[in-house]
Design a protein around this ligand. Structure first.
Ligand SMILES: Nc1nc2c(ncn2[C@@H]2O[C@H](COP(=O)(O)OP(=O)(O)OP(=O)(O)O)[C@@H](O)[C@H]2O)c(=O)[nH]1
Ligand SMILES: [Mg+2]
Length: 329
């Protein structure tokens, strides 16, 4: 049984957690009737332009969840409403992330002004990212003004999260020198802010060196198109040192981007690219599942592998089949 839209939208926009959780579950569902309802709810929730969406990425164990717990508590204590979402393509395999997040965000996840949503599991990265975009809109409609999206720094997940947020922050371990060279340059270039974790105790000195090394390395990169050079800051989730400075840098970034219009441009680009992703996915799905195409797919693929059929000709043939045209190979 699915509720009427108004019964969901009203309580959701009033900030009721149960309605919000319900709407997110609908948006995450693969059942067409649930998706349709979720789309109706989303359409009834105008986009919020005053929110700040922050992506947090870093290799497993760098300290993302610990940082979010500390940082999120500082924000709710300052009067913000904070939502934490996760994009984790590996979670269906390891299954460890959800448990870890619950224990490491123990205080934040029970705070009345925080909404922590564990990782959605069992889908492709593209699917997870798409549903996360909907979830972001839903939590914002429910009044959460800071949205934190955590992702494990593996494969394509950083790029996916970069496409969902206003500010992309990369957390780096307190190590420099040779290890620094192991960090992919691509992800550093995506970052609007770099944070070196565990700047405390035994790792304080290493964190300090890492900050200096990254600052030096960043000087070799050109500033982004928006003229922003990513700051590098040390933090400790253990002592809380540096947490306020990170928030100040984030607010500085957001204010500058809003002032130049880059903030709105980034969001509208993300929405447009989402449209074309939906078109692409829908068309590909329709082609792959068309019985006429499926029937000759194995044969056509084999011909392409053998070199007896050019890939472009094969594609034309498959598309012709899909359209139901008779001039198929
Ligand atoms: N000394 C110190 N240890 C930390 C700090 N932050 C995290 N840790 C430790 O680092 C380990 C990993 O922390 P998490 O917060 O779970 O890291 P994560 O990046 O969320 O890990 P995954 O979710 O598994 O990718 C834990 O043992 C933490 O106790 C810190 O600021 N200082
Ligand atoms: Mg974590």
């Amino acid at each position: 049984m699915t509720p009427p839209i108004a019964d969901l939208v009203g309580p959701l926009r009033a900030g009721q957690r149960r309605a919000l959780a319900r709407a997110i579950t609908l948006a995450e569902s693969t059942l067409p009737q649930h998706r349709a309802l979720a789309e109706a709810v989303l359409t009834a929730c105008p986009p919020v332009t005053t929110s700040l969406r922050i992506g947090l990425s870093g290799v497993p164990g760098v300290g993302k969840s610990s940082f979010i717990e500390r940082f999120g508590m500082m924000l709710v204590e300052a009067g913000h409403r904070v939502s934490v979402l996760a994009v984790d393509p590996s979670s269906p395999v390891t299954g460890g992330s959800i448990l870890g997040d619950k224990t490491r965000m123990a205080t934040l996840s029970t705070h009345p002004h925080a909404f922590v949503r564990p990782t959605a599991a069992g889908a492709t990265l593209g699917g997870v990212a798409r549903r996360t975009a909907d979830t972001i809109q839903l939590v914002e409609a429910a009044g959460y003004d800071v949205v934190l999206v955590e992702t494990v720094g593996v494969g394509q997940s950083e790029t996916a999260v970069h496409g969902l947020v206003d500010l992309f922050c990369v957390l780096l371990p307190p190590a420099g020198g040779d290890e620094l060279q192991g960090i992919k340059k691509g992800i550093i270039e995506l970052a609007d802010l770099l944070v070196v974790t565990k700047a405390d105790g035994d790792t304080a000195a290493a964190a300090g060196r890492a900050v200096a090394d990254y600052r030096a390395a960043l000087h070799l990169l050109r500033p982004g198109a928006n003229g922003w050079v990513a700051p590098v800051l040390p933090v400790s989730a253990l002592t809380g040192a540096g947490i306020a400075e990170v928030w100040a840098a984030m607010r500085d970034f957001a204010e500058r981007m809003r002032a130049t219009g880059a903030f709105a441009t980034r969001r509208s680009r993300q929405t447009t690219s989402r449209l074309w992703q939906e078109v692409t996915d829908t068309v590909l799905d329709s082609i792959r599942t068309a019985p006429e195409v499926a029937a000759s797919l194995t044969h056509v693929e084999a011909q392409v592998r053998d070199g007896t059929l050019h890939p472009a000709a094969a594609a034309r043939g498959l598309l012709a089949l899909w359209r139901g045209v008779a001039d198929a190979p």
